[in-house]
Write a protein that binds this ligand. Sequence first.
Ligand code: ZN
Length: 160
Amino acid sequence: MKHYSLDEWMKYVKNEVDDDTREMFEDHLYSCDQCLDLYLIAVEEAEDELPVMADELNFTDMVMSKVQNQSQAIIIPFPEQKKPEKKKTVHKTAIFHYAVAAAMTILLMTTGVFQSLTQYAEGVQNTNFQEKKNSVTEGLVDKTFAWMDSLESNNKEEGK
Ligand SMILES: [Zn+2]
């Protein structure tokens, strides 16, 4: 098992690692008492660093950078931040539905669902076949839409 050094835990405590590293550190922390001790030492050291006021200008800079780090850390997981993304998704839903319906229609057409229809039409040599096929395709798209709508309403009911 790879362990992390006190310096690395200091970085973690001071919020100086990226999200992936943070996750790795946290996963390791759950399963390693040795590193948990180092982590607690790092927390204590980080706390000790805060009240040092040898230079007031540096202190101000330090506070400002801490505030920036803090606000970043707070803003990112905030639920309200995700709402605009959801709205975008809703706007795209109609186009998405059509794309899925079209893709499914093509899939069904190419996987032999229409094969029997085509063979039948060839035998009859029906000049209206093209029209017929179009209406069948439209009907299938409608059915696919209806099916997706029922899926969606089922999902909504499950969400309640
Ligand atoms: Zn460890």
